[in-house]
Design a protein around this ligand. Sequence first.
Ligand code: ADX
Length: 185
Amino acid sequence: LLKQKGATVWFTGLSACGKSTIAVALEQVLIQRGHAAYVLDGDNIRFGLNKNLGFSAEDRAENIRRIGEVAKLFADAGVICLCSFISPYRADRDAARATHQTNKAGALPFLECFVDTPLEVCEQRDPKGLYKKARAGELKGFTGIDDPYEAPQKPELVIKGGEVTVAQGVQQVLDALEAQGILKP
Ligand code: ADX
């Protein structure tokens, strides 16, 4: 019916690195090209399915576990699922990848996309004023300030968020999806 192969693109990176901006722009391009694509991010997950979770290491792990399972279902249903979450812990991202690999109906493609934007750039953008609050000590456990971010060691893709435009970032993902045979060139 959909004439496409489902897959998950997992965007990881600091708050304000640009991951959701790229994911939403990519969703638009894919839909314009006739592909079924859907973004999962904090806006539609943390206010619904995961509204009972905060930002402790345990809650972040559970946040990513649930999202990994939902993304796998989207991908299994044939949708290109674009996940945009800080997902600061390597083990949590690896578990999301593993659940795609062990899918009953066959392994589902999982592309980890590291949006590698320097902390200084993210902090300068600070669209929600959260870095400022974290620096002032008003917000504890903020990723990159007083909470860890474990960068991926072997991501399928690295987007230099401080150097490329949104359109260039989108193109990088499209190229990777084509190279993996998920989209026809
Ligand atoms: S994750 O760590 O569990 O993957 P997620 O991507 O869902 O995080 O949510 C991150 C967003 O929540 C940030 O962009 C920011 O707007 C907000 N936020 C609130 N508190 C924190 C915090 N302590 N650390 C990071 N982000 C936070």
